[in-house]
Design a protein around this ligand. Structure first.
Ligand SMILES: Nc1ncnc2c1ncn2[C@@H]1O[C@H](COP(=O)(O)OP(=O)(O)OP(=O)(O)O)[C@@H](O)[C@H]1O
Length: 247
């Protein structure tokens, strides 16, 4: 039981963005993928979701290979995108039903969970509304609710904390902690250390398309010569200087 990304190289038609990326996530582990804008975080996620064709390497989840068995692989993955993806003609209730159908969830139990999640994010009185008309933060909450409803083994979250009010941030952190207790795997990209360090056990730094280092926050700080009091800003300054040297 684990996610294994091995020697993954890929990107867009003819453009190599990531090179020989290796990353493992064990059950109950939250991994934070960090790096400068354009480092390749979203590209790595797109490969993981099977949205891009890999140029080299392999991705497997619980021994199911993405390339060989994409539908079984995708059923084990839930995704919270940075920009909400919503169906304009579907109500919130219909979005929830779609998740239940896609992930083959037992209806009665799934609805109990859906109501809990909607209540948590104050969406329980909006089941018949069209989320496409929701505010930015409310749309993001719909993405969170549907992803956690899926109860998938791997949760992929792109920039989870942007645009959420502090109550929703705290709720999301609680949900991630609960998922960890249930031995789920979480991969998140983030630029926000304060929230990330509450849940992330291992950070992986993408730099120049490869993972330069992975480890605990202390190990990352040591690698880049940072003081314990230094913020993420200092790490980004160092990554920026390194990038400039290679340009
Ligand atoms: N659809 C695309 N076609 C071609 N190149 C792309 C495409 N999307 C991204 N890229 C390029 O791939 C590189 C990595 O982009 P990516 O979106 O993975 O970065 P990121 O680390 O997620 O950045 P950010 O922190 O800004 O979200 C960038 O140079 C970007 O210009």
């Amino acid at each position: 039981m684990s996610l294994k990304i091995q020697n993954l190289s890929g990107g867009y038609a003819g453009i190599k963005v990531i090179k020989d990326v290796n990353l493992t996530i064990e059950p109950g582990q939250v991994v934070g993928l960090i790096g400068l804008n354009g480092a390749g975080k979203s590209t790595t996620i797109k490969h993981l979701l099977g949205l891009l064709r890999m140029q080299k390497g392999s991705i497997s989840l619980n021994d199911v290979k993405l390339m060989q068995n994409p539908s079984e692989f995708k059923k084990m993955v839930a995704y919270i995108p940075e920009t909400p993806i919503l169906y304009p003609e579907l109500t919130l209730k219909e979005h929830l039903e779609l998740v239940m159908l896609t992930y083959g969830l037992e209806k009665k139990q799934a609805w109990k969970r859906a109501h809990e999640l909607c209540q948590m994010f104050r969406l329980d009185n909006k089941l018949d509304w069209l989320p496409i008309n929701f505010s930015k933060g409310m749309k993001q909450k719909v993405m969170i609710v549907t992803a956690f409803l899926a109860n998938a083994d791997l949760l992929v979250i792109d920039e989870p904390f942007t645009g959420l009010d502090p109550l929703a941030v705290a709720n999301l952190i609680d949900l991630i902690k609960e998922a960890v207790k249930q031995n789920k795997m979480v991969l998140m990209t983030t630029h926000v250390l304060a929230e990330a360090q509450e849940v992330v056990q291992k950070f992986a730094v993408l730099n120049g398309g490869t993972i330069q280092i992975e480890g605990s926050l202390d190990e990352i700080r040591k690698f880049y010569g940072l003081k314990p009091t230094d913020s993420f800003d200092r790490l980004y300054q160092i990554l920026n200087q390194e990038q400039k040297k290679h340009e």
